[in-house]
Design a protein around this ligand. Structure first.
Ligand SMILES: [Zn+2]
Length: 218
């Protein structure tokens, strides 16, 4: 079913190849629906917007487009989506299109985790020295759908929900441990094993990249 009046509200000044256009057109085609209902109409646009979406994945994309359009702390311009979390920090997803499956999100540029976030993480996981700071290795985290049959649109919706929350990204970025290479004795922080190995001399032992690539000679 095509609602012909959908075209009345279309802003023809937008870039037809942008994600912003996709959000806008979907909003026009679903504006007749009550605001509490999910969007159900895939826009009748011949070039299929920034990329082709198979029928099965369209409901997932419609839910992501609806979230972008309706949430007061999400904005879209061109191919960038800006999300402001509940603590007021704005983060940007760049180059958004329908073929995007994995998203790199900058958690924070400061070393220290805000004290109220540390308290929330301690309450959730038990106290951990990793909750107090975000080392360079963890500043940016990768989010997305690890399931081929799931619509990437649903994956984007999950990423946006994580970015709206003030704690979820820090929860992921503070899941790291202190490690020491068994060969060169260099210490570093590595993903996972939240808070383990922080006592001096008790670091988690591993083999670092440069020691792994050394030829084995006995
Ligand atoms: Zn090493």
């Amino acid at each position: 079913m095509t609602d012909n009046s959908a075209w009345d509200d279309v802003n023809w000044d937008l870039d037809f190849e942008s994600f912003e256009w996709m959000v806008h057109l979907a909003a026009c085609f679903n504006s007749h629906l009550p605001t509490n209902l999910p969007w159900a109409v895939w826009p009748d646009w011949s070039t299929d917007m920034p990329g082709f979406v198979v029928d099965d994945h369209r409901p997932g994309w419609l839910s992501a487009l609806r979230l972008v359009h309706t949430h007061p702390r999400i904005a879209v311009a061109g191919n960038s989506i800006t999300v402001t979390d509940s603590r007021g920090t704005a983060r940007v997803l760049e180059d958004v299109d329908v073929s995007s499956r994995w998203w790199h999100v900058d958690v924070c540029s400061e070393w220290n985790v805000p004290l109220e976030v540390v308290a929330a993480l301690d309450a959730r996981h038990g106290p951990s020295p990793s909750h107090r700071f975000v080392p360079g290795q963890m500043e940016q985290i990768c989010l997305g759908v690890d399931d081929d049959v799931l619509s990437y649109g649903l994956g984007l919706a999950v990423v946006l929900q994580a970015m709206l929350d003030g704690v979820v990204l820090f929860d992921k970025a503070t899941d790291f441990h202190a490690a020491r290479c068994r060969f060169c004795r260099e210490t570093t922080y590595r993903q996972g094993l939240r808070g383990q190995g922080f006592e001096p001399g008790k670091e988690v032992v591993f083999t670092c990249g440069s020691c792994t690539s050394e030829p084995v000679t006995n």
